[in-house]
Write a protein that binds this ligand. Sequence first.
Ligand SMILES: [Ca+2]
Ligand SMILES: [Ca+2]
Ligand SMILES: [Ca+2]
Length: 230
Amino acid sequence: MGLVASMCTEPMRRRRVEKDLDGKVAEALRERARSRQRAFRSVNSITMRLPRFKDGLRDVRDVFDGYDEDSDGTIDAEELRRCLGELQVRLSSEQEADDLHRYCDLDRRSGIQFQEFVVLLCLMYLLFGPDVTRRVSEFESAKLNYVFDELIDAFIFFDTDGDGKMRRRDVTQRMNESHQERTPTNITAQLFKEMDLDRNGKVNLKEFLYSMIRWAGLETEDEGTDEASP
Ligand SMILES: [Ca+2]
Ligand SMILES: [Ca+2]
Ligand SMILES: [Ca+2]
């Protein structure tokens, strides 16, 4: 394929990959919503869990460091392929692993940094089940499953029509249900804007997870403590 042609088709391919993976995640979420009891009844019950999320995910740092073989703070495509191999996540091609790598590069700082790695693990857990977390760490898997279950259930709480995407009105609705007084519009707008990383007016599971992890205060090595909080 010529350079010009590939420059035109690459963004299209990316969008298709993004859409395909979004679709798979949405399907898994629907399946899950059908088979589980509703876990959360208010926004407060979710925000109260943030310290527990942080606690439960702390040890993933060592897992990340293990797969970041050259210790540059980033899991590159090559390192991710080996990681998925060890976790026995069966993908049909190397291309699929690379697609996943790109899908989870949420901050567009190329490669998968620590917080993005947590998102990736949670998505793998949703799509492939608890075998993934058991291979991450036999010892920590129960704790990880618990946190991932809660994070996914929190998303389901906000995704009121169950299509795998949160919209601003969903957040507003849930916030207002939870509080005696209506939450000021600018607060929900700000919250939503922080979550909607690609600014497309919808928040999918990966964007939600990424935001929750940041708000829980799970830091990357180089970012310090100046994270935004809701
Ligand atoms: Ca690396
Ligand atoms: Ca990144
Ligand atoms: Ca979005």
